[in-house]
Write a protein that binds this ligand. Sequence first.
Ligand code: PDD
Length: 288
Amino acid sequence: MRTVYVNGEYVAERDAKISVFDRGFLFGDGVYEVSTVLDGKLVDNAAHLARLDRSLQALSIPSPAGDDEILEIQRQLIVRNALEEGVVYLQVTRGAADRSFDWPEQPAPSLVMFTQAKPVRGNPKAEVGLSVALVPDLRWKRRDIKTVTLLPASWAKMQAAEQGCDDAWMVEADEDGVERVTEGSSNNAFIVTADGVLVTRNLGDEILHGITRRSVLQLAAEIQLRVEERAFTPEEAKAATEAFITSASSFVMPVVQIDGAVIGDGAPGPISRRLRSLYIATAESEAI
Ligand code: PDD
């Protein structure tokens, strides 16, 4: 039985309660963050809290707690749940108000946090890689805001599962009418081209500005990889020599099949493996 945090209190998960009028429940009116825990410490956490502030500001949701206070709650949850490896989930909604499309004038935001134990560094999938299916991107147009409205992403993942794949990469037509990959259902998408260039979509409203993406791009620069931040087509992805995804909960995870096309020799490639081990080494030394 986990201990979770709900609006100022640490309670057993079966006693954790939120109002039926909470706007997160009625309107998906909330934002979230997922920070990874390695050896009981938080990875890239300051960047996750900075993005939380950005999401809250974009939607004019008042911040329910300062960064120091949130960090203290994260650490309490790690200790109280004896979490060694996994994630701390954090969600802020605009809080409870009588149902109305208008935002309440004086919102009382709600803050909920909980832990999930899972293998991140020791994820066995990293050895074999993932298969991904290409599915239409049905999400709204402000994907840079990390909202809890995850039904389109969840649905994309289920469509991929129906095709026997581990995950989905989402595709939509750009302004020029050409279809391009946006990102994974809950991760950023990377490919390596035949001439060794690492390609990932440029930042904009079309994708979440991944914290792991940013760290991995820094590592790529340090080892002098050639990098292009630009959109790529499904055809380019299928012809890639390597592919991988990045997210807080998967770090760098190799992709070995895209829409049935085998990537490289069908095993995690050298650049993906190198960036994964560099990311893990950095996370281990910099986690707080
Ligand atoms: N997902 N793109 C989307 C749509 C995401 O939901 C996520 C994260 C990412 C990667 O961002 P980061 O590197 O900051 O985790 C990209 C989290 C892990 C989740 O929903 O569980």
